[in-house]
Design a protein around this ligand. Sequence first.
Ligand code: G1P
Length: 288
Amino acid sequence: MNIRKAVIPAAGFGTRFLPASKALPKEMLNVVDKPLIQYCVEEAAGSGLDKIGIVTSRGKAVLEDHFDRCPELEALLEEKGQVDLLEEVRRVQGLAEITAIRQPQALGLGHAILMGETFVAGEPFAALTPDDIYDCETPCTRQLVEVFLEKQATVIVLGRVDREGTKKYGIVKPKPLSDRIFRILDMAEKPGPEKAFSDLGILGRYVFTPEIFDDIRETPPDGRGEIQITDAIRLHLRSRPVYGLLFEGRRFDCGDKFGYLEATVRLALKRPEFRDRFRSLLESALND
Ligand code: G1P
């Protein structure tokens, strides 16, 4: 079965980004010239997923507005002859069919994904967290979709993490099948270095078969009252195979202030219109 749908959980408070995220959803924080959520929607669309459900919460309607049509703005840009901007605005609006889904209470990533069940309607689907910007030749989600198409089973993205990373990410117990593909035997949410099964972390991209929803429903809340997707995938593992893919490319953890700065610097340096000036700026700033 092919995949057409993606769920993007974007309902959290973004406490790691306070105070910037107090009145502005963290998913609207700008990296170079577009918000985090747009990187995520572009990755999903570039992976062939043209129906996207964004899980939001109170005060986050701006996320839907960003992808909605704005006839007044289009008319203004047309009148002023700002053709490039008009094209860009229309391109963003046309990236995918966006459905807004509401999560009434912030009860964890697993719960946020569960809110997408009606939208997903029994199909396999991808889930992408907007905290992560992936910069890959083949979009990261597409890399996962390719494995899904072969295995017809749940696939999660993996990346190598350091000691600190074992406290920040879900960590898997892998059985290598090839250089980049693993059968997942077990996993734990943020276990810390002593209890980590390996140095392979789950980095915010998933392709699920729809049975995951039953597993999420069966998952008890953790100590903080949140339903973790990692715990739901552990339940899923009891009855179905789960695969992990070591992705090819680069990822920026924009859930973290330093990762966000790194994304800004590296992605700005990749842009031909900024590259030389930005490099000189960085060099001169380093000598201050
Ligand atoms: C979530 C998941 C975690 C995963 C991480 C990746 O954690 O629970 O398993 O490794 O995303 O970005 P969060 O960053 O929301 O605390």
